[in-house]
Design a binder for this molecule. Structure first.
Ligand code: NI
Length: 155
């Protein structure tokens, strides 16, 4: 079977995005986990927990058809978020590795919000979602006075 360029590019981008996420999670001041910029927005803990688990949860939906309900424990620590991120990245890669290149590029799946898309497009949507929340975390940390820059993400 021919190697899938689209698959390689998407999976590499997924891993690259997680590396930046990991660097931001490491900078979270543990004493500020309950902080949020505005009432009703994610707290730092909720945001960290969401970023740390969404990959594996989404891969479960994409590959197994089991869409897990996101849940962030109220006492989640920064180190636990980092552990969860590692587990989530591994789980995402292991689940998606179960698919052939043809399935990855062409299998149609139903997303929880009702639209149908290929696995490749769903992985692109997962990455887009990760980048959205990673930018949110970046701004939270800036707001708290930490010296995060594009070098933090890409350096
Ligand atoms: Ni989200």
């Amino acid at each position: 079977m021919a190697a899938s360029v689209a698959r390689d590019v998407l999976m590499r981008q997924f891993r690259d995005v997680q590396r930046g996420t990991r660097r931001l999670l490491e900078l979270i001041p543990p004493e500020r986990l309950d902080w949020a910029p505005h009432p009703g927005m994610f707290t730092l803990r909720q945001l960290a927990g969401h970023l740390a688990t969404i990959g594996g949860q989404t891969a479960s939906g994409i590959v197994l058809g089991v869409w897990e309900r996101p849940h962030v424990p109220e006492e989640l620590t920064r180190d636990q978020a980092l552990e969860r991120l590692e587990a989530s990245v591994t789980r995402t890669e292991e689940l998606l590795a179960q698919l052939s290149d043809a399935e990855f590029e062409r299998r149609e799946i139903q997303m929880p919000w009702g639209v149908t898309m290929t696995v490749a497009r769903a992985v692109a949507a997962l990455i887009e979602h990760d980048i959205h929340h990673r930018t949110q975390l970046f701004l939270y940390l800036r707001e708290l006075g930490l010296e995060v820059t594009s070098h933090t993400l890409f350096g």
